[in-house]
Write a protein that binds this ligand. Sequence first.
Ligand SMILES: *[C@@H]1O[C@H](CO)[C@@H](O)[C@H](O)[C@H]1NC(C)=O
Ligand SMILES: *[C@@H]1O[C@H](CO)[C@@H](O)[C@H](O)[C@H]1NC(C)=O
Length: 257
Amino acid sequence: VSKGINCLDAAKACNLNGTCKKYRSAYITPCTTRVSMSEVCNKRKCHKALRLFFDKVPQKHSYGMLFCSCQDTACIERRRQTIVPICSYEDKEKPNCLNLQESCKTNYICRSRLADFFTNCQPESRSVSSCLKENYAHCLLAYSGLIGTVMTPNYIDSISISVAPWCNCSNSGNNQEECEKFLNFFKNNICLQNAIQAFGNGTDMNVWQPVPPLQTTTATYFKIKDKTLFSSAPLRNINEISTDDYAKIISVCANLQ
Ligand SMILES: *[C@@H]1O[C@H](CO)[C@@H](O)[C@H](O)[C@H]1NC(C)=O
Ligand SMILES: *[C@@H]1O[C@H](CO)[C@@H](O)[C@H](O)[C@H]1NC(C)=O
């Protein structure tokens, strides 16, 4: 029995919420209105309305539709269609991913959101969550922040939760490896995939919600001498830790177990 968020239920829930319904229709319209024989829509307007949707709508609803959990292909397809990919995602040609990255860098919203994505969805195989930052919520926020930029990612097929921007690594010249690395950060990213799955499965909120930042102003500190305790997250800077935070970490660990 799954307590997960089913995609159809998520769409219904959005419709019943005034805010979600309003911002959803506000992007469905420009994203589905043909402007000429050759243009299926006004991509710029569609992107702008999508950014507004993810900015304004409570994550419970926006994530509910984007990261819902699926058992069958109809559901997976519904999830893939959330952002109206024919307009927001697809294009006539697939540019080279590194060229796409360059064009993203010329726009400050795209540039900063891409940097955010690389920071917050950095995989780390030795960490508990598979994320270097150990924070699923921040990774999902960074991912959804890319929607409505030239780097808009989406699910690439009807079987998996693998995602990618609309680009490939043909014509990479000497930068083939760099291009593959960039593309794989989207396509084969265990941190992002775990974050998506955790939300979709309705995993205990403690696991994916932000853990409050470690307070450095508290008077009492433990010096953690024995770093082996944290060997599953060796790259985190936890030389000093307050008693309160220590208790929080222990409880998070208990939940994970
Ligand atoms: C929409 O849903 C959010 C989160 O559940 C809630 O806080 C908000 O009041 C709802 N808004 C409307 C207009 O229903
Ligand atoms: C990459 O996209 C281009 C342009 O759409 C296409 O011609 C090419 O076949 C694609 N390459 C791969 C490996 O799919």
